[in-house]
Design a protein around this ligand. Structure first.
Ligand code: NAD
Length: 447
């Protein structure tokens, strides 16, 4: 760092330029972040252990190619509102510490957090104040943030911790960082709000404030979803070539499918069923196979759906305990979804079969699909209402989201059933409400 830069940093510290922020890791994420935060009036200190990189940056040369980044970054550096140093110890007075170091894949395929751990330990060994925040930008696997939070608690430190994963893409880093949705996970509302404030003037300010684990899963889910979509398009492109179809039109059409089935409207459940998805996915997988895709994405989707259904069966049996024989399971919802009586490929069929095989007594109710199911299973107990169905139940399994099930009266249910266990595959029940009734609620990731 040049002497004049230190002087400028000192003179323009916090009072003039908002926060002083330390960004550790001068890669794509760290430098793009530095650039936009300096534009927002903050004083930024960028730290990297790679001395060559720091020398290059101090000579106003980007160590990698990223469109438009050099202009904004080095304009700020020339004004002295961004400085580059190679020693974190010299910038511990900052209020906010962003950690943007690499988290690569180790030899076993797991995420290697060793660089992140080392920076984090350096900071918490030197800094402790309730006004300070460590904000992790590096991508980390679920559970990491709680592990780091535990280290802070162990030291009885009051520094705050948040996770603010980055979604930028190389090649459009600056544009993305300002336009992408912002996700902030943490336990301290004060720290989450402070980090959110730093971005509040972004043009498209869409923000998700949540807990550590949801933010961690969301980041991995986002990238894996992108990987999945790209791979699917690649498989489709090869198929289009073979059949003389046009991949551009196919992808355009796929984009329109968001109007019919928006991702945000997809709720978890016991696995897809019905007359179309299973049949057409199976046929399409066969077409793929004939064209040389021995394990296409669609094959994997079918396997995953089958595994999901099997998992439901083993979860229900596990909840019944060791002596499951002659226990009573109530199934609410027999069709493959609500608002139909179509039972083709319904998850209820697999579940009923499996329960009967284990000698479990099955009681069922569906507002529309009872007659269809009677043709398949004559000897299970068909009931006239959800209340009749749950009488004596050791476990209630809800497979579809009819309003009748959503609006069920728990005062009644709580006294009618034998054991207070509900498997809510459609996440229709409020966990807090069921806690009040002392129900054990097994749902799919709703808190
Ligand atoms: P990068 O490899 O380009 O840069 C990381 C920098 O951290 C390097 O310059 C390295 O020298 C430095 N570093 C390592 N240990 C250090 C230490 N102890 N102290 C100071 N500096 C240290 O990484 P990147 O591409 O910017 O990615 C950073 C994180 O953000 C990763 O977790 C990555 O998965 C995630 N991410 C990357 C992108 C992307 O497109 N590159 C997008 C979103 C999220």
């Amino acid at each position: 760092m040049k002497a004049w830069q230190i002087l400028v940093l000192f003179l323009f510290n916090i009072s003039v330029y908002g926060n002083q922020i330390t960004i550790i890791g001068c890669g794509y994420v760290g430098l793009a972040l530095a650039s936009i935060l300096s534009r927002n009036g903050h004083t930024i200190v960028c730290v990297d252990i790679d001395k060559e990189k720091i020398t290059s940056l101090n000579n106003y040369t980007l160590p990698f190619y990223e469109p438009n980044l050099d202009d904004t970054l080095f304009n700020a550096a020339r004004k002295g509102t961004i400085i580059f140093v190679d020693d974190v110890e010299r910038v511990l007075e900052s209020e906010i510490f962003y950690l943007c170091v690499a988290t690569p894949t180790d030899a076993t395929g797991k995420c290697d957090c060793s660089l992140l751990n080392s920076c984090f330990n350096t900071i918490i060994s030197k800094v402790d104040a309730a006004s300070k925040i460590i904000c992790i930008k590096s991508t980390v696997p679920p559970g990491t943030m709680q592990r780091l939070q535990a280290l802070i608690k162990e030291k009885k430190h009051s520094i705050h911790l948040v996770y603010n994963p980055e979604f930028l893409r190389e090649g459009s880093a600056l544009q993305d960082i300002m336009n992408n949705p912002i996700v902030i996970g943490g336990e301290s509302t004060q720290a989450i709000e402070k980090i959110a404030d730093l971005y509040s003037n972004f043009q498209t300010y869409r923000i998700i404030k949540t807990n550590f684990e949801t933010a961690e899963i969301l980041k991995y889910a986002w990238n894996s979803f992108s990987a999945m979509r790209i791979t699917y398009i690649n498989e489709l492109a090869v198929l289009c070539r073979k059949f003389n179809a046009d991949i551009a039109t196919v992808t355009q059409g796929l984009a329109l499918s968001e109007c019919l089935l928006p991702t945000a409207a997809i709720k978890p459940g016991p696995g897809y069923g019905g007359s179309c998805l299973p049949k057409d996915a199976a046929a399409f997988a066969k077409v793929m196979e004939e064209q040389g895709f021995s394990s296409s994405i669609i094959h994997q989707v079918i396997t995953s759906n089958n595994n999901h259904r099997k998992r439901l069966i083993s979860d229900v049996c596990a909840l019944l305990g060791k002596s499951e024989y002659q226990k009573v399971v109530t199934i609410l919802g027999l069709a493959f979804k609500a608002h139909t009586n179509d039972i083709r490929n319904s998850p209820a069929i697999d579940l009923i079969k499996a329960l009967i095989e284990r000698g479990i007594i099955v009681k069922v109710y569906d507002p529309q699909a009872m007659n269809s199911m009677k043709e398949l299973f004559a000897h299970i107990h068909y009931c006239n209402s959800p209340y009749q169905a749950v009488q004596g139940a050791d476990c209630i399994v809800v497979l579809t989201d009819w309003d009748e099930f959503k609006e069920i009266d728990f005062d009644k249910i709580a006294v009618l059933c034998n054991k207070k266990i509900i498997v809510d595959t459609k996440n229709i029940y409020n966990p807090e409400l069921l806690k009040k009734y002392n129900f054990t609620l097994y749902n799919y990731g709703k808190h």
